[in-house]
Design a protein around this ligand. Structure first.
Ligand SMILES: [Mg+2]
Length: 371
């Protein structure tokens, strides 16, 4: 059991030394809406200056890579236009591989998807009349009539490619309906599902980025378990979860095996850290998970934090609790009934932010005012 559960991993070296490339999610990692995530851009500048290759990988297909790259540069992150890879490009490339140049494709999406189709030589059209395929991606401007056009087209049997199935998109006011829900509307009305989904957690985007960068030991960095971290496992890559986005402590403790990160950090400053693994002793009576000075025990009836040293980055109790909770979840019987969410309050109380000075000293970077 202990060797088959996907688990947190000891990095052995600072993550930037152990990996030659970063495949970065954007929303919740580098920015939230218009604003930079604290410490993100300084950490990325330091990574790039040290020779780490960067690619930005996003499921959001509504903006063009050029627009996203400009946004990143405006925030102070190192980004060339070609460093941004989105699911619209993956969908367009997929369609171009099987359709003749100039083929008309019903566009159910925004500018990013329109431009991606044009770049691969396909012709976005607004009506199903002469379309030979349907492509659907997120746009805040999609209306009922376009969703109806899509429904009729896919009901007639046209090939249907979706950029991604994210249920929600982040907005300053909180989560809003994402492409997954809009695809589901069409699917339910038409009585069928898309033929192909291109974005995370499918591996196409990761494979394309690894190939483009020539990376040998790429690290996926994301804030979302069911896209970024599941995608990392699917693509056979290590994954770093940052806690600057949508994932909460209860989310992490209840993560399914396929969604579990290799590493956890508050934010992108965690790239300079050597990450610890968690030692687990699993007996009949007691399961013990230790991460440095943190210790979590699970009996047949209860789970608790018995030693609460948060460690140098303040997350060791979280790591030990996550590993213990995952073992409980994966158990065939017995402890499976233990409520691991009883650990949440103790874990949350243990979490400490690392001192800002450490980031400056260890990577020698200038932290801009306000970061
Ligand atoms: Mg995200």
């Amino acid at each position: 059991m202990s060797t088959t559960s996907p688990s947190l991993t000891a990095s052995g070296a600072a993550l930037l030394a152990a990996h030659d490339a970063l495949l970065l999610d954007l929303d919740g990692v580098v920015y939230v809406g218009p604003d930079a995530v604290p410490h993100a851009t300084a950490s990325l500048r330091a990574a790039a200056a040290g020779g780490t290759k960067l690619a930005y990988i996003t499921n959001n297909a509504s903006r063009t890579p050029q627009t996203v790259a400009q946004h990143l540069r405006d925030l102070g992150a190192p980004a060339a236009d070609e460093d941004v890879v989105n699911s619209a490009q993956a969908a367009a490339r997929h369609l171009a591989a099987s359709l003749p140049a100039g083929s008309p494709v019903l566009l159910v999406g925004g500018t990013g998807l329109r431009v991606a189709l044009e770049e691969v030589g396909l012709r976005p059209v607004d009506s199903r009349t002469d379309a030979v395929a349907v492509v659907q991606g997120f746009s805040p401007d999609l209306d009922w009539s376009r969703l109806t056009e899509a429904t009729h087209a896919v009901r007639s049997g046209l090939p249907w490619v979706a950029t991604n199935l994210d249920a929600t998109v982040p907005t300053p006011g909180g989560p809003a309906p994402g492409n997954g829900l809009l695809v589901d509307l069409v699917a339910r009305a038409a009585g069928r599902s898309p033929d192909v989904v291109c974005g995370k957690p499918e591996r196409a985007l990761f494979d394309a980025a690894v190939q483009r960068l020539g990376a040998e030991r790429a690290l996926v960095v994301g804030d979302r378990l069911d896209t970024d971290l599941q995608g990392a496992r699917t693509a056979g890559l290590a994954g770093l979860l940052v806690l600057t986005g949508v994932t909460t402590v209860p989310d992490l403790l209840t993560a399914a095996p396929r969604e579990r990160p290799s590493y956890v950090a508050h934010d992108l400053r965690g790239l300079r850290d050597v990450h610890p693994g968690v030692d687990v002793e699993e007996g009949d009576a007691l399961l013990v998970a230790r991460c440095r000075g943190a210790r979590v025990e699970v009996s047949s009836t209860a789970a608790s934090v018995v030693e609460g040293d948060p460690g140098p980055d303040g997350l060791d109790v979280l790591r030990a609790a996550a590993e213990a909770a995952w073992r409980v979840r994966d158990a065939a019987a017995g402890r499976r009934a233990v409520d691991v969410l009883a650990l949440v309050a103790q874990v949350q109380a243990s979490i400490r932010q690392p001192p800002v000075r450490a980031a400056v000293d260890e990577v020698g970077e200038d932290v801009a005012p306000g970061l």
